[in-house]
Design a protein around this ligand. Sequence first.
Ligand code: HEM
Length: 397
Amino acid sequence: MSTATDVYYDPYDVAINADPYPTFARLRDEAPVYYNEQYDFWALSRHADVEKGLVDWRTFSSRHGDILELIQSGLTLPPGVVLFEDPPLHPLHRGLMSRVFTPKKMAALEDEIRAYCVQCLDPLVGRDRFDIIQELSIVMPMRVIGMLLGIPESDQEAVRDKSDATLRTEAGKPMEVREDNIADGSMFVDYIEWRSKNPSDDLMTALLNAEFEDHLGETRTLTRDEVHTYTQVLAGAGNETTGRLIGWMVKVLADHPDQRREIVADRSLLGAAIDETLRFEPTGPHIARFVPDDVEYYGTTIPGGSAALLLVGAANRDERRYERPDEFDIHRDDIQHLTFGFGIHYCLGANLARLEARVALDELLNRFPDWDVDMSDAALAPTSTVRGWDRLPVVIP
Ligand code: HEM
């Protein structure tokens, strides 16, 4: 394949990030294996390559993390973080974590999530304008993780601020990686100690008591350090991603009022609307991996020791995979997307995120069947890992 193309992509470029889809289309067509010299990373963009790459953990390893800056930082990552592990350790830790993500547990949270949503949205009724990010996106997902873990309400905001600050980047620049901000779990220490003495029917109590066989063949419960890490991983993985999804739902349905009206009339469409939003505007446009050994794509060798981005945002709109990929269409037969990843690291919180988004949209539509967004006052977040709105004013007609 010829590499004679001037297509340029980097995840820190604010202008590209504002609308990455034309660049993604050019990457798929002109440089399906792409190298960025400035930031020294490779990128795959076609659906088939991204999907296969996510499954093939030997070629695309998570051992140095799944964020470009982490992989390139050369830091030693904390042990026990599922996202940063390959087999044989990964299935062990994932198995333990997934025990508490049962459909039964998820279903039990629905009423609580709905009550919280109602509490956020009811005060907005009668207003002709509000910022959905401040009113719902920023607050709800952390509360839900809090519900899951049993974190007291008073501690929840501090927990969220700490976790978001870790992912925040200066516009146009890579994220700063420091040893003390990777999944250290420090925010949860007091709470975990308190919960260990006050057990209840929550994920934290389940985690503290879960018995498992470790990689040395010993049956034991998790150490406190391990519990801290687990909790931080959940908060880091499930907070901003889900918040940004709520923002995108509001934006995309403002742009497609006909489809929004259909959902108002038929709530069985909520699930499809959420997955089509995840396909169309994925909150995480790329997943990074470490490439331990040389691998060839389209006649070009990605050298061993490289970092690679698997461009989920490009894959989700690959015309080789989807019909009319640039159209938002909640009636697609096959909405499956790669936004929750694929293969062994497939998002453990996918059903929780879907549940939150479904309840949020349902309650929003109950109060506001019509809305528009004021794009002159909207702002995209300057985060390289998660793409979404920092401010999104909703205007009620
Ligand atoms: C819209 C919301 C969300 C999106 C887009 C999302 C996306 C992802 C993606 C792409 C991965 C795979 C990363 C990789 O392959 O390296 C992942 C993994 C994970 N997610 Fe989510 N996530 C969301 C919500 C949540 C929630 C609500 C939770 C939990 C409270 C959660 C917990 C996790 C965990 C624990 C993993 C690690 C699984 C593993 O490594 O085996 N996520 N998520």
